[in-house]
Design a protein around this ligand. Structure first.
Ligand code: SAH
Length: 343
């Protein structure tokens, strides 16, 4: 069975040519899938019934079956899906001001086992395909409560740079005028810091946003929180980020989860300021979501503000992220695992 969202417009044209169908049918089908959001060939009323039958037998529009949707008080909606091989994946729609951000999973499970994050706790299952990522994006756009989508972040389950080719294809597809036409500057990749992949990404000439999960300003602390740091230590990671910034002209955002007694002292803030000195970068502070990992807690509110102020003083641009969707377990690091436990 072909999955239509794996195909670019040109690839669908080629498939139709094999079936002796005219190329313009591909555009019609794309329009139904990506402009109208249909999940059923029966709705494609400008496509001849004979072609619809062929499609029905040979190609699927979406690989997702919805298991559950949960809507939080703040409008955040978490959607849990089952894939044909029975993997479970999640995507989240996050409305704020005049934007709606879709948080997309790039893998079923995760290999990287960061201690503060749920996603790795059940291990790694497999990479998601380009079509399975586009499915999530189209679902959030057409089937979620918000029924709108202006921004995308690859911050759901999985490590996008560990599934490089599929993620890049999904981004290029989502960005294309033939499909959803989401501006590259409205698409963010979030990575735990896979240095060779970052170097490759710098060469792609894409205008996307890059977020790097930093979470510590020294190797001992970072390796304890994020085992990937043993492979790609801070010095190499920061150098790769500086190179990325130079090559693309795009500002890099560093995500920094504040964890009480671990990485949130004033000395930590100053250390962080030092490693980012002279770098066109921004730090996004995220108070740790408690309840994900036993024993790890966010600092007191006042300590968070002290940390932020110390960082600002060292010349770094800082934002403080508000956690969304906590009442439905849709917040950072909370995806997926809970359901597997409760099933
Ligand atoms: N693998 C990618 C994307 C998934 S994680 C990455 O590492 O960036 C997306 C974001 O959620 C990261 O910044 C991650 O560090 C953050 N996160 C994970 N667990 C969290 C928790 N318990 N509290 C707050 N943020 C968390």
């Amino acid at each position: 069975m072909v999955h239509l969202k794996e195909l670019t417009l040109q690839e669908l044209e080629q498939l139709l040519a094999q079936w002796q169908e005219p190329a313009f049918r591909a555009r019609q089908i794309f329009s139904w899938i990506y402009r109208t959001g249909v999940l059923d060939y029966a709705a494609m009323n400008n496509v001849p019934v004979s072609l619809r039958r062929k499609l029905e037998a040979a190609a699927r529009i979406s690989a997702l079956s919805l298991v559950e949707k949960r809507l939080a008080r703040d409008g955040t909606e978490k959607c849990l899906f089952r894939l044909p091989d029975s993997q479970l994946i999640e995507a989240v729609s996050i409305p704020a001001d005049n934007r709606v951000t879709g948080c997309i999973s790039s893998q079923a499970g995760c290999k990287f086992a960061c201690v503060f994050c749920c996603s790795g706790q059940a291990g790694f299952q497999r990479d998601l395909t380009c079509g399975e990522m586009l499915d999530q994006i189209a679902f959030l756009k057409f089937q979620s409560a918000a029924r709108e989508l202006t921004h995308l972040v690859f911050m759901g389950t999985g490590e996008p740079l560990d599934n490089y080719d599929n993620v890049l294809k999904a981004i290029r597809m989502a960005n294309s005028e033939d499909t959803l036409h989401i501006g590259a500057r409205r698409i963010t990749i979030s990575t735990c810091g896979i240095v060779p992949a970052l170097e490759r990404l710098a060469g792609e000439r894409l205008q996307i946003e890059l977020s790097v999960s930093l979470h510590a300003a020294d190797d001992a602390t970072r390796s304890r929180l994020m085992p990937v740091n043993k492979r790609y230590p801070l010095k190499e990671l920061i150098a790769a980020c500086r190179h990325y910034n130079k090559q693309t002209g795009r500002q890099v955002t560093f995500e920094y989860i504040l964890i009480s007694g671990v990485n949130s002292s004033l000395a930590d803030a100053r250390k962080l300021g030092r490693i980012l000195e002279g770098f066109d970068a921004k730090v996004n502070l995220i108070p740790m979501n408690a309840g994900v990992s036993a024993g790890l807690q966010p600092p007191q509110k006042l300590d968070i503000l002290f940390f932020r102020d110390a960082l600002v003083k060292s010349g770094v641009r800082v934002t403080l992220r508000k956690s969304r969707g906590q009442d439905i377990e849709a917040a950072c690091g909370q995806l997926r695992l809970r359901y597997e436990y409760e099933k």
